[in-house]
Design a binder for this molecule. Structure first.
Ligand code: PLP
Length: 369
């Protein structure tokens, strides 16, 4: 008789979910290979970390950690609102922007409705959609030989929207591809989306735009009431470990997201760290400058050596590693360099590499070329 697995009693749409596959932690590789001096270029983290002011604020916040945090996130929302040119009740704070994306799915999706996303789009979208019982509609990405290989095909995504659609997810730029959609076609796309569909515009890597033609989606909120823009402190602000991100939307949408949000979803440490990080824009700008310059330098060197590199507007590059991508990943591991396989995205011949410090990138290049 097969053993009783109570987990099997979970609802169908959860039992059939493929779980998110995270990057390999440094400690795990240390344990497995008994080596040190490992670099992790696997989760698009910012190697320069948070501002020293944010670290100090988080240390101070620890003394108050016996108290529940401010569930309204008053101070952080005030600061964000004035920086972004919105009002605080347009902002929903999340335990990372992942949390805010899930809140949108919970508030707007249910069995019988649909949500549209692109092939190779960030893996959290199909998970968040399926967990609600809604149907995820994946639209084939642009072909590898197009100008924006593996990127979102906006006209095809527009065609996939119907009367059952409630949300369309756009990652700009997208992870794991790094690809983006230019401001003009994105604006035309959003303008044509029917009013019964929310546009979830995920700008987790917004700060790394560099000189590329990406739009600041927040500037469009006044014109498009069905738009929701997602940002995070995990990348350019270097706060991935404390978990804080947010959505900016029409106030009536934020009201709905706040109804499904756990009252204390952002910790006191995260609230303090994020608020203090906003006071040190020079720290963020310095990290972004390195990542943008390294994006150009590292991709040029890889291309010179014959590696196909997908265009990127993020702090990472997607490389075509070929049929032996898994072997190359393991070779890198043995040299203490953790990059990210993307087999879970049905891209078994690619690897994603986060841009680290110049020294870390040089170490990766020496191991790769
Ligand atoms: C496109 C995109 N959106 C959202 C996130 C979620 O980040 P976080 O929950 O740390 O804000 C990530 C993280 O890798 C991402 O790549």
């Amino acid at each position: 008789m097969s053993p009783f697995l109570p987990g099997e009693l979970a609802v169908d749409n959860v039992r059939t979910l493929a779980p998110y596959v995270p990057g390999k932690p440094i400690e795990e590789l240390e344990r497995e290979l008994g080596i040190t001096n490992i670099i992790k270029l696997a989760s698009n983290e910012n190697p320069f970390g948070p501002s020293p002011q944010a670290i100090e604020a988080m240390q101070r916040a620890l003394a108050d950690s016996w108290l529940y945090p401010d569930g309204s996130g008053h101070l952080l929302k005030q600061k964000l609102a004035s920086k972004l040119g919105v009002v605080p009740n347009q902002i929903t704070l999340g335990n990372g922007s992942n949390d805010a994306l899930v809140l949108l799915a919970e508030a707007f999706l249910k069995p019988g409705v649909e949500a549209v996303y692109s092939q190779y789009a960030f893996a959290v979208y199909p998970i968040a959609i399926q967990a609600t019982g809604a149907k995820g509609v994946m639209v084939p990405a642009l072909p590898p030989d197009s100008q924006m290989p593996l990127g979102h095909d906006l006209p095809a995504m527009a065609r996939a929207i119907n009367e059952r659609t409630r949300v369309v997810f756009i990652a700009n730029p997208n992870n794991p591809t790094g690809t983006w959609v230019d401001a003009a076609p994105l604006e035309a796309f959003i303008a044509a989306v029917p009013r019964h569909v929310m546009v979830a515009l995920d700008e987790a890597y917004f700060e790394y735009t560099g000189g590329l033609a990406l739009q600041n989606g927040i500037e469009w909120l006044a014109r498009f009431p069905n738009l929701v823009v997602f940002r995070t402190f995990s990348k350019a602000y270097g706060l991935a470990g404390v978990r804080v991100g947010f959505a900016v939307s029409h106030a009536s949408v934020a009201d709905m997201l706040n109804r499904v949000r756990q009252a204390f979803n952002v910790s006191c440490v995260a609230l303090a760290g994020a608020a203090a990080a906003l006071d040190d824009p020079a720290h963020v700008a310095a990290a972004v400058r390195v990542a943008v310059a390294e994006r150009t330098r590292v991709s040029a060197l890889l291309k010179q050596a014959g590696t196909r590199v997908i265009p990127s507007a993020g702090n990472f590059l997607l490389l075509h590693a070929g049929a032996n991508a898994r072997e190359r990943f393991e070779q890198l591991l043995r040299k203490g360099i953790i990059v990210r396989p993307v087999t879970n995205y049905q891209l078994p011949e690619h690897l994603r590499v986060t841009l680290g410090t110049v020294e870390q990138n040089d170490r990766f290049l020496r191991a790769w070329l």
